[in-house]
Design a binder for this molecule. Sequence first.
Ligand code: MN
Length: 301
Amino acid sequence: MVTTALIGVCSGFGQKRQGVDLAPQLMRTQLQHFEDYGDIHEFHTQHSDRNKRAWNVITKLEERATQALAANETLLTIGGDHSIAAGSISATLGKYPGARVVYMDAHGDINTPETSPTGNLHGMPLAALLNLFTSPIKNAKLKPENLFFIGVRDLDEGEKKIIRDLNINLISAKDVRANRKAALAKFRSWLRESDEPVHFSLDVDALDPASAKATGIHVEDGLTPAEAKSFTRTLQKEARVIAVDLVELNPAVATPDETKRTLKSIQTILKEIHFVKKLYGRRWFRAQRPKNVTSRRVFAT
Ligand SMILES: [Mn+2]
């Protein structure tokens, strides 16, 4: 039997908005039938360095995700901001060094500390994984050809250069809109090049704000849930998906109705991935802020 581990990461230290740490609790009200590896917490103190705290969470997640993947077939990690993908993907690469990463996001998240205009770590996890700068993660060995972007539409100048220089596969939201069939064909042929398992990392901001307001940074002209779903459907059909990240869901920046709609959009996309679909079971949306959600708490120290 395929068992799925779930890890929540209640951390927003990779960016500046509060509320993204509430997402694991919210998602837990919708999911069932998983092996619970608890939530990783890191508390904010005024005197702390935000990036140090973010790395602390990332390495804690890396360790926990490594344990989870050793004991389970599949892993769902719920952020938190996208900086946590450095930890979850590193764990995947620890188990499967040739693993491929499908990254659905409005942004490139491939800045180094030198190219980043903001210094926010949620814009850097891929650069860390590609070993473009020195970081505390253990498996910074992602190969550029094993990375595929979908839905990107807001790249910094430094990121454009990195993507161009490393020749990274990319389908922008614009490409999807211009010719979805051609975009899907390009994705499919890349998937067919290899039998290595896939880690799918979904940033809620890949979606158009019309269907996903509950996220920190709105970027117009994003994917519709139906467009995004056509890619996860192709992904499931052509590859073995062993890990999924869901990040940047932030119920604190949206109304309850907007949050509910965002959750529905997320479900539309993720239910194409068989192991995640099983977690949804028959439960539907209870999108109000959950009360008294209990889970095992893991503290990053
Ligand atoms: Mn992202």
